[in-house]
Design a protein around this ligand. Structure first.
Ligand SMILES: *[C@@H]1O[C@H](CO)[C@@H](O)[C@H](O)[C@H]1NC(C)=O
Ligand SMILES: *[C@@H]1O[C@H](CO)[C@@H](O)[C@H](O)[C@H]1NC(C)=O
Ligand SMILES: *[C@@H]1O[C@H](CO)[C@@H](O)[C@H](O)[C@H]1NC(C)=O
Ligand SMILES: *[C@@H]1O[C@H](CO)[C@@H](O)[C@H](O)[C@H]1NC(C)=O
Ligand SMILES: *[C@@H]1O[C@H](CO)[C@@H](O)[C@H](O)[C@H]1NC(C)=O
Ligand SMILES: *[C@@H]1O[C@H](CO)[C@@H](O)[C@H](O)[C@H]1NC(C)=O
Ligand SMILES: *[C@@H]1O[C@H](CO)[C@@H](O)[C@H](O)[C@H]1NC(C)=O
Ligand SMILES: *[C@@H]1O[C@H](CO)[C@@H](O)[C@H](O)[C@H]1NC(C)=O
Ligand SMILES: *[C@@H]1O[C@H](CO)[C@@H](O)[C@H](O)[C@H]1NC(C)=O
Length: 329
């Protein structure tokens, strides 16, 4: 018996803010319609293995940041990646605006990397981030990030118009910052609006409105089962190895032999933006066990999540065992 669990990504639904100013927005996607912003910088920074330029946030109409009090900070230490060497710091509520030309679901990614600079100690920052009436990050700090960037990713359904991301420093710290911002259309990821709902009591029904404008998805885990390395895909998402999440019957799990053939992407179900070839070409499988034991075994993974929060779980299967390479998501 072979379980070819493929990939699982889990997103958290955020509830709308109670008093929101509900604004705006929407966005755009053609290759030209993506926003990759190098905050607080005066020149481009190349990122994602030099495949994407992040452009400075100054001297452009869109995105534009509100003229509230903000400062550019930098630390050009060679140990810091170029994109993170600069940041924009806010000491009072401030926002970035983006012009969104097309209704749709967008990926919004915020990059944070703390360091000391002459102007501010970014480790002291404590702030909220909101957009489209949703609280994206609350009392957020990266004091404990120990030298790694922290990247927060959200899926928002945004209407055409102006889209704003608000940064609100806490009264205690009076400091908020951001190093880089990405906003781009996620339509090709094939997240559908109507999904199966499973309650904590195990009841099964339907859930309609996953992509409505009344909620936001926050990516918590994106897992590549059976791979030998983390995979970055064409949307610059990081698919992390499953091994450290496997809790039961670890000895019974093995990585499948990777396949070299390209999966059959049925455009109605999956595109290479849903997950890349390399993610579908590997799987975690149960070792073949002789005797009666086989029926007792199963593989179990554990993923930390927040309590009292709805989660969207997407499990991907690609049949690389009997080699028809079809994908089910
Ligand atoms: C910065 O990157 C953008 C987007 O890739 C590009 O159009 C522009 O020419 C670059 N500017 C410089 C000075 O390299
Ligand atoms: C975008 O969505 C709004 C409703 O939210 C609708 O009125 C409008 O026609 C849509 N625009 C396009 C270009 O689809
Ligand atoms: C820049 O960051 C490095 C590493 O965090 C730190 O050692 C150095 O003191 C910082 N430079 C300035 C000018 O604050
Ligand atoms: C965030 O901080 C504020 C002020 O310190 C506090 O009142 C609030 O309860 C905190 N919220 C959360 C969710 O931790
Ligand atoms: C961060 O580290 C401090 C001690 O340095 C600790 O008190 C705090 O709980 C940590 N916060 C998180 C979110 O881990
Ligand atoms: C940040 O959000 C929390 C939770 O919604 C709230 O209690 C706190 O007052 C907010 N802080 C600021 C400075 O708005
Ligand atoms: C959602 O999907 C289920 C099962 O596929 C279907 O029965 C139901 O009618 C759908 N609901 C809507 C509102 O489309
Ligand atoms: C069944 O599994 C147990 C514990 O893993 C092991 O001790 C036993 O030898 C196995 N039996 C067979 C027939 O493989
Ligand atoms: C999976 O295996 C564990 C222990 O090996 C067992 O307790 C659990 O009931 C099994 N679950 C299923 C669904 O078979």
């Amino acid at each position: 018996m072979v379980h070819s669990y493929k990939t699982l990504s889990q997103l958290r639904l955020l509830l709308p803010l109670r008093f929101s100013l509900l604004l705006l927005l929407s966005s755009v996607y053609t290759v030209a319609d993506k926003y990759f912003i190098n905050c607080g910088a005066s020149s481009n920074a190349s990122f994602y293995n030099n495949s994407q330029d992040f452009v400075p946030d100054i001297n452009s109409n869109f995105p534009c940041f509100s003229t509230g009090k903000s400062e550019q900070v930098s630390n050009t230490s060679a140990s810091i990646q170029e994109l993170y060497q600069t940041a924009r710091v806010y000491r009072q509520p401030c926002s970035y605006s983006f012009e969104i030309e097309q209704n749709g679901t967008y990926i919004v990614r915020l990059h944070f990397f703390a360091y000391l600079s002459r102007v501010a100690n970014l480790y002291d920052a404590l702030f909220n981030v909101s957009a489209s009436g949703f609280s994206l990050l609350t009392n957020f700090s990266i004091r404990n990030s120990s030298g790694s960037p922290v990247i927060k990713e959200f899926f928002l359904t945004i209407p055409q118009g102006e889209f704003k991301i608000h940064f609100i420093p806490s009264q205690d710290s009076s400091l908020a910052f951001v190093n880089a911002i990405e906003v781009f259309l996620a339509d090709e990821t094939r997240i559908t609006d109507n999904v199966t709902r499973v309650t904590s009591a195990g009841n099964v029904g339907n859930y309609k409105g996953l992509l409505s404008q009344s909620q936001v998805l926050h990516t918590i885990h994106r897992i590549n089962f059976g791979g030998s390395q983390n995979e970055f895909d064409d949307l610059w998402r990081n698919w992390v190895l499953d091994d450290s999440y496997l809790i039961l019957n670890r000895d019974s799990a093995k990585n499948s032999t990777p396949h070299s053939q390209t999966p059959n992407y049925d455009p109605a179900r999956a595109t290479k933006y849903t997950a890349p070839d390399r993610v579908y070409q590997t799987a975690k499988q149960l070792k073949e066990v002789s005797g009666n034991n086989a029926s007792l075994l199963n593989l179990t993974w554990r993923f930390p999540v927040s309590k009292n929060t709805r989660h969207f779980v997407r499990v991907h299967f690609c049949d690389i065992m009997i080699l028809d390479l079809r994908i089910l998501v």
